[in-house]
Design a protein around this ligand. Sequence first.
Ligand code: 5GP
Length: 184
Amino acid sequence: MNKIQVADKEFEILLEKDIINKRTRLMGIQLNVDYENRCPIFIGVLNGSFLFMADLLKEITVACEVDFIKVASYKGTESSGSVQDLLGLPNNLHNRDVILVEDIVDTGLTLKHILEKVHLQKPASIRVCSLLFKPAALLEPISELEYVGFEIPNEFVVGYGLDYNGLGRNLNDVYRAVGSAPMR
Ligand code: 5GP
C-alpha cells in the first residue's frame, strides 16, 4: 500500500501532504514573527523548491520580495559533487535580509556554493529555510540553516518538487526509495 513507481524505481510514502502543509504553515508563522518590520527577499533554489516556495510564500504576511536561482548538482540518485549555476543570483542583495529556500539539504555542497556567492554581496543577513534536511549526509555544519521542515534519514526521496531523473516532481507527498541502502 502507498507504494508508487517512478521510472525504474519503487518508492513508499515518507511524508504525507497534510503533514507537509501543516509544517509549512508553522514555518511561515515563525518567519512572519522573525522578519516583522523588515522586507526580506526570498530566493528559491530551482527546480526542487518550486512547490515548497509557492506554499511557503502563501503563508508570508510581511512585505517581501521573491526571486529564484537555478543550480544543478544531482545525476540520478547521487550528488555529482560539483555545482553548476544555470540561473544566477539577483545582484541587489547588498544590505538585504536574504532567505534562501531549499527543497532539501543533503551533503550541503549546493548550499555552501550558493552561500559563498550571497556573502560576496554583503547582505544584512542570510538564513536558509529548507523543507527537508538529511543530517547524516551533511559534510560541514551550515550556520545559516535556521529553518528546517523535517529531518529525514539518509535515503533518496522524491515528490513535492523533488525528482528522480526528471520525474516525480508533481507528486503531492514525499516518498522514499524502497529497499535502498543509505546513500553514503
Ligand atoms: P546537496 O548539495 O546538499 O548534496 O544536495 C542538494 C540538492 O541535491 C537538492 O537541492 C536536491 O536538488 C538534490 N537532492 C539531494 N538529496 C536528494 C534526494 O534525496 N532526492 C532528490 N530528488 N534530490 C535530492
